[in-house]
Design a protein around this ligand. Structure first.
Ligand code: ZN
Length: 431
């Protein structure tokens, strides 16, 4: 198959009059004119595209030619923080998980489809029961379902009764966490997720660390033995500091809460993050949407909503001030929406997250790179996040230029994943 479009964007590089050859689920040729007007022609040697070149890729030669007209081609987006088993409709954890595994599986499959429809061709699932997520991942890999590719962390490692404990990852002692990490990797986890503080689970405390430093170090050491990245949920400054020192690759949320719940930026911890190369996924939208829901309820006259919206406004302001300072200081960011959690729906979670960053002043091109090549580099997946010979054919067609205005991602009306067309613009059905 050959995709043609006015423009192609990949990892910050632009080509005009673009054509992309796709064979067996992979990109085998990329053609177009670069910003200097020079002809670019990159192919996988030995592929059909490599043998015939662009001139030989016509319908007469047996190629399916899909002309996307004025659209831009982009690599599929990657969301590094989702929970496919959650509905993203504001449900609380126990309601969301208090159903049969078969229901969770169906919901997760539907979320994978919604993500794909929004142009998110890969998601990193950072918290789900193992008996649900691992079979789902296998089904997607086998092509049984139309879904975003799922890279799973399995059940998060959490203390007994800790954040997300119903997912099945409870472990307390150093020995027990190591056993759990081994079991989770055996079952198929590509990364290891840990709950470093409490969170939205009733009976947990978001402001205090739950594991001692040496336990965190044991988790990281065990995960690294098999080359797995480590991710940690933290709502507390002390937990973030321990995690950075233990060598975790990513801090999720990373709010600078002190034990009393006050939010106080910690320059020392930020310096340690930069020194260690720790990434931050601040999950802006999952916090902001709470504010927006409260504001809507206040407008509708729901009792108590006015006060709640004021509290949430102040909270979000505090969080974004801290994230802005971290951006300025040079902390590496990871793009992830927390889709499924709270009110974050898979059909727009990642775009909303990028729009929140855009409001803080991040450049559109940088955001697009974070959600494509940047995420793929973090995941050590050279085949993802780019349109380049040899990469997976995860390709979007967008009516706009998201590298100049990130909200143009909402105009994605063509989605290809692993070389198969999932969404086609109206009028092109039957391609
Ligand atoms: Zn999460």
């Amino acid at each position: 198959m050959v995709l043609r479009a006015a423009t192609l964007w990949s990892d910050g590089r632009l080509l005009e009059g673009a054509a992309v050859a796709v064979e067996d689920g992979k990109v085998t040729g990329v053609f177009g004119r670069d910003s200097e007007g020079d002809l670019a022609s990159e192919v996988v040697s030995g592929s059909r595209a490599g043998k015939v070149g662009l001139e030989g890729m016509t319908e007469a030669d047996g190629w399916a030619v899909v002309d996307l007209g004025p659209r831009s081609l982009l690599p599929g987006l990657i969301d590094c923080h989702v929970h496919t088993v959650f509905p993203g409709d504001g449900s609380v954890l126990h309601d969301a998980l208090g159903v049969a595994d078969s229901e969770l599986l169906l919901r997760a499959a539907e979320n994978g489809r919604r993500a794909l429809r929004a142009g998110v061709t890969t998601v990193v699932d950072v918290g789900a029961p193992p008996q649900v997520i691992f079979p789902l991942v296998r089904a997607v890999e086998e092509g049984v379902l139309h879904s975003a590719r799922i890279i799973p962390a399995g059940p998060p490692v959490t203390i007994t009764g800790g954040h997300c404990w119903p997912m099945g990852g409870e472990a307390d002692s150093k020995e027990d966490v190591v056993t759990l990490v081994r079991r989770t990797m055996r079952d198929g986890a590509a990364l290891i997720k840990v709950m470093g503080t409490g969170g939205g689970t009733p009976g947990t405390n978001s402001f205090l660390p739950v594991y001692p430093q040496e336990t965190l170090e044991a988790i990281v050491a065990e995960a690294r033995r098999l080359g797995r990245r480590t991710l940690i949920h933290s709502g507390a400054t002390l937990a973030t500091r321990s995690a950075v020192r233990a060598g975790f690759d990513v801090i999720f949320h990373g709010h600078f809460h002190r034990g009393d719940g006050s939010l106080v930026y910690d320059r020392g911890v930020v310096a340690e993050m930069i020194e260690a190369g720790t990434h931050l996924n601040p999950t802006l939208w999952v916090n902001r949407v709470v504010r927006e829901v409260a504001e809507r309820e206040a407008r509708e006259g729901v009792s108590g909503a006015q006060k709640r919206s004021e509290i949430q406004r102040a909270k979000y302001r505090g969080q974004t001030e801290n994230v802005s300072r971290m951006l300025e200081a040079g902390v590496s960011m990871l793009m992830g929406s927390d889709s499924g959690w709270g009110h974050v729906d898979f059909s727009e979670g990642l775009i909303r997250e990028m729009e929140c960053f855009s409001e803080l002043g991040s450049a559109d091109g940088d955001l697009l790179r974070l959600a494509t090549r940047g995420a793929a580099e973090f995941l050590e997946r050279e085949d993802l996040g780019v349109i380049f010979p040899g990469a997976a054919a995860d390709i979007l067609g967008v009516c706009g230029k998201p590298w100049e205005g990130i909200s143009d991602l909402r105009k994605t009306d063509f989605v290809m994943t692993r070389g198969e067309i999932f969404t086609t613009p109206v009028g092109m059905l039957g391609v």
